[in-house]
Each structure stands twice: as C-alpha cells, then as structure tokens.
Design a protein around this ligand. Structure first.
Ligand SMILES: *Cc1c(COP(=O)(O)O)cnc(C)c1O
Length: 409
C-alpha cells in the first residue's frame, strides 16, 4: 500500500480519500454537497481540480468581504506571527479597538466577545434574565418569533421557535414563549410583566428570508419600554453591512437594548459579539460570564480589518446597489417564471420558487459553477460576498436559469 497514491477528483472536484474519511470519521451532522473547495479569491472558489465557482453564499454570510481579501490576510498574518492568544485576564488592544468600532456603527455602548452566533445569543439571554431579576417583578420569560433561528446551544436553541431543532433534544430551557412572526396582536397578548426580553431577527434568515415588519419591531420596542424588558436584535446574519446598513435595524427607527453579531464579523475567523446599551450594558459583572477563547487576538484583528474594508471599499453602498439590481434581474428572462417573489434587503435575499425544486437547483447550479443555498424545498437563499458587481449577478442568474432548464423548466 502506497501512502503517496494520487487521488483523482470525482464529480465537482472531490477526492475519494476526503469523501471516505468524512464518511468514516466525521459525525453526520451535515448533508454535504459533492465538492471540496481548496482555494478562494474575492467571490470565486476553486475545487481540487482547479474548477472555478461563483460564490453566492459566502460561507453562509461569513466571507462578506470576499475570500482571502489581502487586507484581512495581512492583518491576520501579522497578528498570528506576533501574539495569538492571551485570555481575558489581560488587556487587549485589538479587542478594545473592535469594541469601539462596533459601538460606533451600532450606537450600542459596550461589547462582550465570544466565538459564535449562538454564544452571542447566550450572552444576550443571560443579560436579559439577570437584568429582569434585578428589576421589579422577577422577570424571567423571553419571547421569540415562530420560525426564528438563534443557534444550537441550549439557551439559543430554546429561543429558536422551531420544533425540528428542539424536539430531538428536549427538555429545553424553560421560560421561553413563542409568538407568530409579525403578528402584533399575538405579541401583545403573550407579553406580560414577567417578560424580561423579546429577541428578534430583523429578517428571519434560516427559515427562508422573511423580513420582520416595522410594526412588529415597533410593538416589541413599545412593550419592552413600558415594563423595562430588554429588546434584543439577533443581527448574526443580517448585520455587518449585509443588508446595506451596518445593522439591519438601522433601516427602521427601532433601536434595541441588546444586539448580537457573529458570522461576517470575523471575515472568516470565528468571533461573536453581544453589544448592549444603558443598564443592559452594565448588567454583567466579573464572574458572571466569560469564555476562554473570547476576543482571540487573531479573530479580533481580522474583524477590525473587515470593518476597514467595508468602509474603504464602500460595501454598504455596493450591497444596496447590487442588491437592487439582483431583485430586478430576478424578474426578467426565465427567472420571471421560475421565481414568484424576492424577499430581503441588500444582499440578503430569498427567492421564492414557483416549484419545489430548490434543493435540486442547488446541486444543478453547483455542477455549473455556482454556489447557492436552499432553505426549504421552494426557497433559494442568496448571501453573496458584498464585493460582487452587476456582471456577477448576471452570471449567477444565467447559470441558475440554465440549471433550472435542465431540471425541466
Ligand atoms: C447563524 C445564526 C446563528 C448561530 O450562529 P452560529 O455561529 O452558527 O452559532 C444565530 N442567529 C442567527 C440569526 C443566525 O443566522
């Protein structure tokens, strides 16, 4: 047996060795598509056989400034060669600088760092509970919206109002109640003096790109303000310029007390943040909460560079302009019959299909060199890097329309 046996790429550039090792040694928590990407640049990915793909998913809204942006690579490389980790027992210039920048774009006042979206939401939940207990009335209940997704750890999972994620792992954390998304009356009916927080995504991401209405956000704000409960916005997917504003809540006039971020925050490295203002920003004190890796110097340096790139390359404006172009493109050509509705903002878009072929379309598009995502049988989710241009949109739609034609329509 030779250890240097060459492996021939199969399908879209996936070696037998990787495929078999994945099957044998990796827990089957994901149904993977038949490709291994080995390199990336901007909005392009390359598989092991050198084939190029146009990336309209960006690692699920993570690589928002594109793959291997030179300024991210430079910031990470410099920090990794200088000092990687010290822990939160010591001061850190990257973390303080990142916190300052996040507060400046969001209007929040203080940041807590962690390593993922679910952890950012755990911090938000703990802040809401502790803040609620300190206020009058022993408030502990948290309201979230049906169809929401807040993460996989138990607190965030309990906030995620979808039985398919919760049922296998019951019993979940008590004290969460669910309200029909965008149903203001249901929200008002469910709310009470025992509620310590309402947690909402400005746009439901995982369940199919459904914007939360201005009226619903406003009602949540008013209820929280009346009793001193905290309004929490989960901006893990919608934040960091994805929708054409730094934070999606800035499209409206409702400001949360607590806001969470992750995904695009680190430009590809794992980092999350829970931001808060007012009393919520002062709720956690030494000993209350923490994380060994949180605020890792390399991830924080990367996150600072991401924000610099968003500013210097005008990616807020780009996301708005190209997103609007994409919405128009979805209504012409073959897409007019294929796509019945486009939802979302900026470059966080859901395409409602006329037929339940979303999963087949993902696979057929991949074979044509386009990376897109299905959320459900009839919804395609697009989360391209914010650096794409109009011609990338044209190329993506040409590929998707060809793929749909191949599927018979
Ligand atoms: C992805 C996501 C999360 C979970 O983030 P992880 O980093 O996977 O833990 C939470 N909330 C929203 C809205 C998300 O899109």
């Amino acid at each position: 047996m030779s250890l240097t046996k060459t492996v021939e790429p199969i399908g879209n550039g996936l070696s037998d060795a990787v495929l078999n090792a994945d099957r044998q040694y990796v827990m089957r928590t994901y149904g993977r598509l038949p490709v291994e990407f080995v390199r990336g640049s901007g909005a392009r990915l390359y598989d092991a056989s050198g084939r190029e793909y146009l990336d309209f998913l960006a690692g699920i809204s993570v690589n928002s400034v594109g793959h291997c942006h030179p300024r991210i690579v430079e910031a990470v490389t410099r920090q990794v060669a200088t000092l990687m980790h010290t822990s939160n027992l010591y001061y850190s210039r990257p973390c303080t600088e990142l916190a300052r920048k996040l507060c400046a774009t969001s209007g929040m006042e203080k940041a807590f760092f962690c390593n993922s979206g679910t952890e950012a939401n755990e911090a938000a939940i703990k802040i809401a509970r502790k803040h609620g207990k300190l206020s009058s009335g022993q408030k502990t209940r948290i309201l979230t919206a049906t169809g929401s997704f807040h993460g996989r750890t138990y607190g965030a999972l309990s906030a995620t109002a979808q039985s398919k994620y919760q049922d296998p792992f019951a019993p979940i954390v008590p004290g969460f109640s669910y309200v029909a998304h965008n149903d203001v009356y249901a929200l008002q009916a469910e709310f009470g003096d025992d509620v310590c927080g309402i947690m909402l995504e400005p746009i439901l991401g995982e369940s199919g790109v459904f914007p939360t209405s201005k009226e619903f956000m406003r009602a949540a704000r008013d209820l929280c303000s009346q009793t001193g409960a905290l309004l929490i916005f989960d901006e893990v997917q919608t934040g960091m310029a994805r929708t054409g504003k730094w934070w999606a809540f800035q499209h409206g006039d409702v400001v949360p007390d607590v806001m969470t971020s992750a995904k695009a925050l680190g430009g590809g490295l794992p980092i999350g943040a829970c931001l808060a203002r007012g009393a919520a920003a002062e709720t956690l004190v030494p000993g209350d909460h923490g994380s060994t890796f949180a605020g890792n110097l390399v991830a924080a340096s990367s996150a600072i560079a991401v924000q610099d790139v968003i500013e210097s390359e005008h990616l807020l404006e780009n996301a708005t302009r190209v997103g609007a172009y994409l919405m128009r493109r979805a209504t012409v050509g073959d897409s007019a019959a294929l796509i019945t509705e486009v939802r979302g903002k900026g470059l966080m878009l859901g395409l409602q299909l006329a037929r339940p072929i979303a999963r087949e379309l993902v696979t057929a598009s991949l074979a044509r060199g386009l990376v897109i995502n299905a959320v459900g049988d009839s919804i395609i989710r697009l989360l391209p890097p914010l650096v794409i241009h109009e011609d990338d949109v044209d190329e993506a739609f040409d590929k998707m329309e060809n793929a749909a034609r191949e599927l018979g329509g």
